[in-house]
Design a protein around this ligand. Structure first.
Ligand code: 13P
Length: 256
């Protein structure tokens, strides 16, 4: 299976800054086989960057989109409009769940809309600190996974990527803590088991599972060697070009 290194730029970089970053990254990176490097700029930058990017080296992801293809939805951008421009879309990120109040039902519709428009959804799931403290992690993960995939058929499961991002480990959290590789492994196993129980072994074995939450060049290697982890989803460290490149190099070494 490929290894995915995904940078989520969140609400950072102007279009100009995003373009300069991409230019430098394209110049630095060779053409990796078995390594998928993906960046998720703001929606505004996607169109110009899609003309600039060399998709053999780097792919683009949307950070979000709306679940209807067209219609009276002021302010929204659809997966249909992004079709052909991006290869991936981050869906159900905790910042959208908790700041913008997206629920599993809406997230499921977005996952379906992405697949319908030939865009690979990166479905983010993860528990908040109090849910972990109360021993609810398993239930939250199962609910978000099954809920987010509720409109995905057995045949479509191979078109989905799951990202486990414990909300308490995301660098923007007030008192972000690092997840230990053991904690990550435990939840990744649960994700794989839930997929297997729901979709069967064959359909679920090729679903990539990524980890995200304060990943940087010092801990990327440890997370990438957790069994069942197929890549990383990064926020803060993806904004620093040198660090992002270092992490890509680490991934290449560790997964070789
Ligand atoms: P950080 O890498 O800044 O913790 O962000 C993780 C994340 O939310 C990526 O989607």
């Amino acid at each position: 299976m490929k290894t995915y290194i995904v940078g989520n730029w969140k609400l950072n970089f102007t279009v100009g800054e995003a373009s300069i970053y991409l230019h430098k990254l394209l110049k630095t990176l060779p053409n990796y086989r078995d390594l998928e490097v993906v960046v998720a700029p703001s929606a505004l930058a996607l169109q110009p960057l899609s003309l600039q990017v060399d998709r053999h080296k780097i792919k683009l992801a949307a950070q979000n989109a709306f679940y209807r293809d067209t219609g009276a939805y002021t302010g929204e951008i659809s997966f249909a409009q992004l079709r052909g421009m991006v290869d991936f879309a981050i869906i159900g990120h905790s910042e959208r769940r908790y700041v913008l109040r997206e629920d599993d039902k809406m997230i499921a519709k977005k996952v379906a809309a992405a697949i319908r428009n030939h865009i690979t959804p990166i479905l983010c799931i993860g528990e908040i600190e109090s849910e972990r403290a109360f021993g609810e992690t398993k239930d939250v993960i199962r609910d978000q996974l099954i809920g987010g995939l509720s409109e995905v058929s057995d045949d479509e499961l191979s078109k989905v990527i799951i990202a486990y991002e414990p909300v308490w480990a995301i660098s923007s959290a007030k008192s972000a803590k690092l997840a230990t590789p053991d904690e990550v492994g435990e939840v990744v196993n649960l994700i794989r088991k839930t997929l297997m129980d729901t979709y069967g072994a064959k359909a679920s074995e090729n679903v990539p599972v990524l980890f995200g939450g304060s990943v940087n060049a010092s801990n990327a290697g440890a997370y990438l060697t957790v069994p069942g982890v197929n890549g990383l989803l990064m926020g803060a460290s993806s904004l620093i070009l040198n660090e992002f490149v270092d992490i890509i190099e680490i991934a290449k070494r560790v997964r070789a």
